[in-house]
Design a protein around this ligand. Sequence first.
Ligand code: 13P
Ligand code: SF4
Length: 345
Amino acid sequence: MSVVDLPYTADVAAETDPIFRPLAHVIPPVEWPLHAPYVSAINRLKRDRNAVILAHNYQVPEIFYTVADIVGDSLALAMKAAETKADVIVLCGVHFMAETAKLVNPGKTVLVPDLKAGCSLAESITAADVRLLREKYPGVPVVTYVNTSAEVKAESDVCVTSGNALQIVEALGVPRIIFLPDEYLAKYVASKTNVEIVAWKGHCEVHERFSGDDVRRFRRDDPSLVVIAHPECPPDVLAEADFVGSTQGMTEYVGELSAKRASERRPRVLLMTECSMADNVSGRYPSIEFVRPCNLCPHMKRNTLPKVLHSLEAMEFEVTIDPEIAARARRAVERMLEFSRQPRD
Ligand code: 13P
Ligand code: SF4
C-alpha cells in the first residue's frame, strides 16, 4: 500500500478545527496538520460507502476521537457490530475483533486496515488443542475468551470477554469448566468463583510484562495512587489493584472517580494496561491525572489513519470465515451475547 501525504489546506483546517479543539490536550497541536486531511477524507468516504468505524479502546487518539463512530471494549464492539445497519464495518482493533463482527453480522462487509494486526492470546491456541482438551476432560464445558480465532471459537461452548467472564462462568451452573486461552484471566475468574477452572497457558504479550513490583514502586512515590488493572495482568498486579476490569469497566471506573472527587484533590490514576488507554480516557475525563507505565500493543498500533483511508478507498482487507466454521463459532458468540443482554442481579 502506498501512502501519500495529503495536504493540510485552509478548507481542511476550517472543517476539522471543531474536532481538534477539545482534543488539544491529547493530540499535540504540531501533529494535527498531518492527521486532519485523513480525518476529513475518511469521514467523507465513510458517508459515501455507508460505512461505520468501530474502534477498540487501545486505538491511537487520532483514530479513536476523530473517525470512530463507536468505541469500546471487545464486548461493546461485538454488540454494536451485531446491531449496525451500515453496509460496511471497518474494525480498528485486531483480527479476532473483526472476525467476531463478521460472525454476529454476516451480511456486512467487514474490513480491517491491516491484516497483520493479530493477538498473542489468539496465537496461543489452535482448534486441535481444544479438541485434545475435550478428550482429556470429557463433558466439561469449554469457555473461550473472544481473543481467539474463529476456528477455536467453533470448538467452544460459549465465548466470554473480560467484561462478562465471571458472570457467564457462574451462569453456566456447572462445577467445572475449561477456560481458554488466557491463564491470568482464568486465575482471576477462579479467585472470584467456586467453579473449578481448568486453564490454558496463553498470555497477553502486553499485560504479562507488568509486575506487582511496578505497582509498589509507583505507590511508594504516591501512596494515594488509584490503581486500575486489566484482568490479563499477572495475579501479583491484580492483587495490588483497587479496581480490575475490562477496558470499558476501567473507563467507567475513572468516570466514577472523576464525578465523586470533583471538589477534592485530583486523584492520580495508574492504568496497568496498554498505552493509548490513558490518552483515550483522559480525553473524556481531563480532570484526572494519569501515571502512564507504557506497554504498547504492536498489533493495535498497526492501524493508522492512512491505512483506514486506504481500507475504505480500496475496500480492503475483507475478513472472511469458512461458512462451516462460522456457523459453529457463531453459536458460541451468540450465546455470550444472550447472557450479556440478560439483566444482572
Ligand atoms: P477488552 O475487551 O477489555 O477491551 O480487552 C481486549 C483486549 O485485547 C485487551 O488486551
Ligand atoms: Fe492481544 Fe494483548 Fe494486544 Fe489485547 S493487548 S490485542 S490481548 S496482544
